[in-house]
Design a binder for this molecule. Structure first.
Ligand SMILES: NC(=O)c1ccc[n+]([C@@H]2O[C@H](COP(=O)([O-])OP(=O)(O)OC[C@H]3O[C@@H](n4cnc5c(N)ncnc54)[C@H](O)[C@@H]3O)[C@@H](O)[C@H]2O)c1
Length: 285
């Protein structure tokens, strides 16, 4: 089964880099977004990333040009999906939007194409319900920033076929990423489950006044060798993202372990979301 042509739907933080990473792996990519401005922004940002690699001697100029040239952009979903061997959807984390795109892809993409979603929180079965072919649907969960983070979690839904799961694993490898296969559709997959457990404990220690957030970060960075402690990482990813992920887990499971920390909630309500607002746990220039 060919994996030559990839369509990426959604050119935001994730989709733009998923497309570029695939192109670096030699795959022909069509990147689609409903917004032309987003497509232009994605192309400019990808060019900047690759040019920095060229300047640092990590990528030859000719290879950068080839990889940039392999990503075509369009606002037309039909055009993006028409010849695709594989589609990765990376639009807003909104079930209705994702379902409607999958229903369209079910009609527009070739019958043999795999339909993957990069959703962080929605198991593929919920999205695949909108299609008549749930066996070809799968989660492919990349990590931000995709051009740097090596891992991709391939998560099977109850109806995902063996062939689809194996093709998603092969696509991950073809893109130069390391895929892991998750056989059961569970909230948080592997990485976020383990990260949430550790981060919740850090917030519990903070809320209980055991230590300040700086000391908890230092303890985790020096003692566990994490590149960033939980609070620094929260600022990097966006405290709204951290908060909403917890709230989602809490609401769907009812499990007290996932209840968001009161101090985290206060930061989000005050609009202190981390690096992107120049203030979260830490302040930024
Ligand atoms: N940001 C992260 O750290 C991260 C990590 C892993 C997975 N994810 C998942 O990736 C997905 C995208 O996240 P993001 O951070 O890139 O979002 P984003 O907000 O940066 O980008 C979303 C993009 O989708 C586009 N879009 C919305 N509706 C569309 C439609 N109907 N057709 C075409 N394009 C449409 C928007 O114009 C926008 O460019 C989400 O499902 C999220 O859960 C995000």
């Amino acid at each position: 089964m060919s994996l030559q042509r990839l369509a990426v739907v959604g050119a935001g933080s994730m989709g733009a880099q998923i497309a570029q990473q695939a192109a670096l792996g030699g795959i022909e990519v069509t990147l689609q977004d409903k917004s032309y401005e987003q497509l232009a922004k994605a192309a400019e940002s990808n060019r900047g990333h690759l040019m920095r690699r060229v300047e640092n001697g990590k990528l030859a100029q000719a290879d950068a040009n080839t990889a940039l040239g392999r990503v075509r952009v369009t606002t037309d979903l039909a055009e993006a999906a028409r010849d695709a061997d594989f589609v990765i959807e990376a639009v807003f984390e909104d079930l209705g939007v994702k379902r409607s795109i999958f229903a369209d892809l079910d009609r527009l993409a070739p019958a043999a194409a795999v339909l993957a979603s990069n959703s962080s929180t929605m198991g593929i079965s919920k999205i695949a319900e909108a299609t008549s072919t749930p066996e070809r649907c799968v989660n492919m969960h990349f990590f931000y920033p995709v051009l740097v983070m090596d891992l991709v979690e391939v998560v099977r839904g109850p109806q995902t076929s063996d062939e689809t799961a194996q093709r998603a694993m092969a696509m991950g490898r073809a893109m130069g990423r390391t895929p892991v296969l998750i056989n059961k559709e569970i909230d948080g997959f592997i990485v976020n489950r383990i990260l949430h457990a550790a981060t919740q404990e850090a917030y519990r220690l903070l809320d209980a006044g055991v230590a300040g957030f700086e000391d908890i970060d230092i303890a985790v960075e020096k003692g566990l060798n994490w590149p960033m402690g939980p609070f620094r990482l929260g600022d990097f990813s966006g405290l709204d993202v951290t908060y909403n992920a917890r709230l989602h887990m809490f609401k769907t499971t009812g499990d007290e372990r996932y209840r968001p920390s009161s101090q985290l909630e206060a930061k989000v309500k005050a609009g202190k979301l981390g690096r992107k607002t120049k203030e979260g746990w830490y302040t930024y220039e």
